[in-house]
Write a protein that binds this ligand. Structure first.
Ligand code: T46
Length: 133
């Protein structure tokens, strides 16, 4: 079974161009408490390398693309985020790594909780112990 859960956002485009609406508890399956975006990532830089204890996120590449690795301790999967109408739902206790950012990549992330450094699991061995894999 695939680990990757996608949320497809309808493109409300017309002859002027495109528009996507992100609505809490509707197109986005949780209450949004925080929004951040990653941009101007340097070439050959990888980010992430952590999991969260209690955090749901939807990640959308609104411009450009990047490759994401998601891993629940049993399944490790690689996906490309490359569409402004496609969000990757990342649940609790999923290890994530982001690689191969295109120069123009803007990765928008909607989060179910406020920022809390205590929620991060930054050591892979500790993550594997916690998920009991
Ligand atoms: C995730 C992936 C997709 C804050 O102060 N507030 C915030 O909301 C965030 C997300 C980060 N920060 C600070 C903490 C660090 O000093 O910004 C700095 C960079 O954060 P970090 O190294 O955690 O960034 P990434 O790209 O490795 O991971 C981020 C998110 O932290 C993480 O939750 O899932 O993007």
């Amino acid at each position: 079974m695939s680990l990757a859960e996608w949320v497809n956002f309808p493109s409300l485009g017309d002859e002027r161009g495109s528009l996507v609406a992100l609505e809490a508890n509707q197109t986005v399956p949780f209450e949004i408490k925080r929004v951040y975006y990653i941009f101007a990532t340097q070439q050959d830089v990888a980010r992430g390398y952590h999991a969260h204890k209690n955090l749901k996120q939807v990640a959308i590449c609104i411009t450009g693309k990047c490759r994401m690795i998601i891993d629940d301790g049993k399944v490790r999967e690689e996906v490309w985020l490359d569409s402004p109408t496609k969000g990757l739902l990342i649940n609790d206790l999923v290890w994530r790594e982001m690689h191969d950012f295109s120069k123009d990549c803007v990765l928008l992330v909607l989060a179910s909780e406020h920022y809390d450094e205590e929620d991060y699991i930054r050591n892979y061995d500790e993550f594997i112990k916690i998920v009991g894999a």
